[in-house]
Design a protein around this ligand. Structure first.
Ligand code: PMP
Length: 404
């Protein structure tokens, strides 16, 4: 008897909800994914913030291919000199060679620790902050998502996702993203504040310039490290290469993952040499990973970075984002939030939104809601999307809304 792939998916893949999309994809190219049933889907969420240069970008594919011909894994992290890691670290340092580095107490970020994922970058950064400051209190935001391992989960800003996994890390406190008064909770006991520039899973919350600049000053004043999580905003999504650039601030530790790999798994936490060097002693090997900075992922990531910078895709994200804002006008949409190609369209309720999302998928446009904001539609297409493709997708959404 023939058992379908779909059935095998339900039988043998660990499920984390009773309602996976369960669309079977045969191949993907650019902004499109092609189902085994012949459907063509426009990926309006970039596999959740990953395919910033689209699926299988030719430059990324060529870089992967070239590295495949040289070597795969050679040795656990940090022992051998591997050219894909070195080149990528240097290129990342260049993106961080910014004038506002002078405003950060430990200066320019020029050291990169590569990881396999976003949550592992968060874990490494939390350890680094503890070790560097000798403190353990860590502050994060309500309704923030920083990952699913236990340290990152401790930072999660929603009790619903933490309750049944306690005890988690002690000394974690939450503040409200964008609320000035809460910054008083950052004190000389604080090792680090972990924060996104734009609150992603909270439903795309854009704070004021004044808020982020005050946060930076407060961290400096009390000796807490400012850890900026750019795992979702990073690599050009919000109109600048890093989202913090738009606010004229500079982090002490910067986190990246997701879109960084152009579709390959990779993450990083980055700091100045002064901060990062504490991992060398007390204990030696302060953080360890086997696969972090895999050469194929690093090669793909460098091609992604170069493609975004050479084609100024981050700048085009600003215009395309404006198109979303102006075109997606409908009585059912209460608000469009966001920056660049990181957008949320707010509806009356989850029930209304869910029907819209499901119908859009039937028409070949993939959107989503947010972990901590279920009345808002996630719109974050590859930065490579053409204006025509974007217009077509937005028109599909508007047509679906007209039919409700
Ligand atoms: N931080 C942010 C802001 C994220 O959006 C995510 C992933 N959604 C993570 C951390 C965790 O990344 P990963 O899934 O690669 O562990």
């Amino acid at each position: 008897m023939h058992i379908s792939q779909r059935q095998l998916f339900f039988d043998h893949l660990a499920q984390t909800s009773d309602f996976p999309l369960a669309i079977e994809i045969e191949r993907a190219e650019g902004v499109y994914m092609y189902g085994t049933d012949g459907m063509r889907y426009l990926d309006l969420i970039s596999g959740i913030g990953v395919s910033n240069v689209g699926h299988r970008h030719p430059a990324v594919m060529a870089a992967i291919q070239q590295q495949l011909d040289k070597y795969l894994h050679l040795m656990v992290y940090g022992e051998y000199v591997q050219s894909p890691q070195v080149k990528l670290a240097e290129a990342l340092a260049q993106t961080l060679d910014l004038p506002q580095a002078q405003t950060a107490p430990y200066g320019k970020i020029n050291n990169v620790y590569f990881t396999n994922s976003g949550t592992e970058a968060v874990e490494g950064a939390m350890k680094l902050a503890k070790r560097f400051t000798g403190r353990y209190e860590t502050i994060s935001c309500f309704n923030a998502y920083h990952g699913a391992t236990q340290g990152a989960l401790s930072l999660s800003g929603a009790e619903f996702f933490k309750r049944n996994f306690r005890p988690l890390l002690p000394g974690v406190r939450q503040i409200h993203h964008g609320v000035m008064a809460d910054l008083d909770l950052i004190t000389t006991r604080t090792a680090a504040v972990v924060i996104e520039v734009i609150g992603g899973e909270a439903g795309i919350r854009v704070p004021s310039l004044e808020y982020l600049q005050t946060l930076r000053r407060r961290c400096t004043d009390v000796g807490a490290l400012l850890i900026i999580d750019e795992i979702q905003t990073g690599f050009g999504r919000t109109g600048t290469f890093w989202a913090f650039e738009g606010y004229d601030i500079y982090p002490d530790i910067l986190l990246s993952a997701k879109g960084m790999g152009g579709g390959m798994p990779i993450g990083a936490f980055m700091a100045s040499q002064e901060v990062m060097s504490v991992f060398k002693n007390n204990p030696v090997l302060g953080h360890i990973t086997t696969f972090g900075g895999h050469p194929v992922s690093c090669a793909a990531s460098l091609a992604t970075l170069t493609t975004i910078c050479d084609q100024a895709l981050h700048q085009s994200a600003t215009q395309k984002g404006e198109l979303i804002k102006t075109m997606l006008q409908h009585p059912m949409i209460r608000e469009i939030r966001g920056k660049g190609l990181m957008r949320a369209a707010e509806f009356e309720s989850f029930e209304v939104l869910k029907k819209v999302i499901d119908t859009c998928i039937e028409r070949g446009v993939i959107t989503d809601w947010f972990l901590f904001c279920d009345n808002s539609m996630r719109i974050a297409p590859p930065l490579t999307i053409t204006e025509e493709q974007l217009r077509e997708a937005l028109q599909t959404i508007l047509d679906v809304l007209d039919e409700q």
